[in-house]
Design a protein around this ligand. Structure first.
Ligand SMILES: Cc1cc2nc3c(=O)[nH]c(=O)nc-3n(C[C@H](O)[C@H](O)[C@H](O)COP(=O)(O)O)c2cc1C
Length: 159
């Protein structure tokens, strides 16, 4: 039994990202904190994704995604993309990355990725992604996962 797991894990630092998935008509975006660099060359990022998310289907289908870095003032964006809703992308400005995946124009920076492979990780899947392009879009300091409190409702999810 691990007491206060939800508080303790917030001491492991993460940023907060909007992951853009899919191409063409079938696109979506969701908030993720469990994102990390896992290789220099090739430059690889690992994204931990719940396979029950609609976004997971689109990621599997398209094999591409973007990682969009949220800034300190973009708390409301993290909340918006952290919930399932129809037409979640409407009302925001998107660009198309080289892979065809959506880039959130108001993010601080983006990484355009091709999914290389998936690995099982308990109740999540790890998508190991090769970065094929990346750029800074806006200046600012990144939002931290520890600043989002229980926005993701994770305090209920520990065994
Ligand atoms: C701050 C925050 C961090 C989150 N981190 C992750 C994450 O790392 N991986 C994940 O699969 N879901 C994460 N979520 C949950 C998803 O964003 C949420 O379930 C979303 O509804 C999934 O989108 P979809 O249902 O449109 O596919 C996080 C949510 C929030 C608010």
């Amino acid at each position: 039994m691990i007491e206060n797991a939800e508080t303790l894990v917030k001491q492991i630092n993460h940023g907060v990202y909007v992951i853009g998935v899919g191409v063409g008509e079938r696109q979506n975006a969701f908030t993720a904190a469990w994102v990390m660099q896992v290789s220099f060359d090739p430059l690889l990022l690992a994204i931990s994704i719940n396979p029950e998310h609609y976004s997971y289907q689109l990621m599997k289908e398209s094999g591409v995604c973007t990682v969009n870095v949220l800034g300190r003032e973009q708390y409301a964006l993290a909340e918006h993309f952290g919930r399932s809703a129809p037409d979640k992308m409407a009302g925001f400005q998107w660009q198309q990355a080289e892979t065809g995946a959506p880039v959130l124009s108001e993010s601080l920076a983006y990484f355009d990725c091709q999914v290389s492979h998936y690995t099982d990780a308990g109740d999540h899947k790890i998508a190991v992604c090769k970065v094929v392009a990346a750029a800074t879009l806006n200046q600012g300091r990144p939002l931290l996962y520890s600043q989002t409190g229980d926005m993701d409702g994770s305090s209920e999810l520990y065994g």
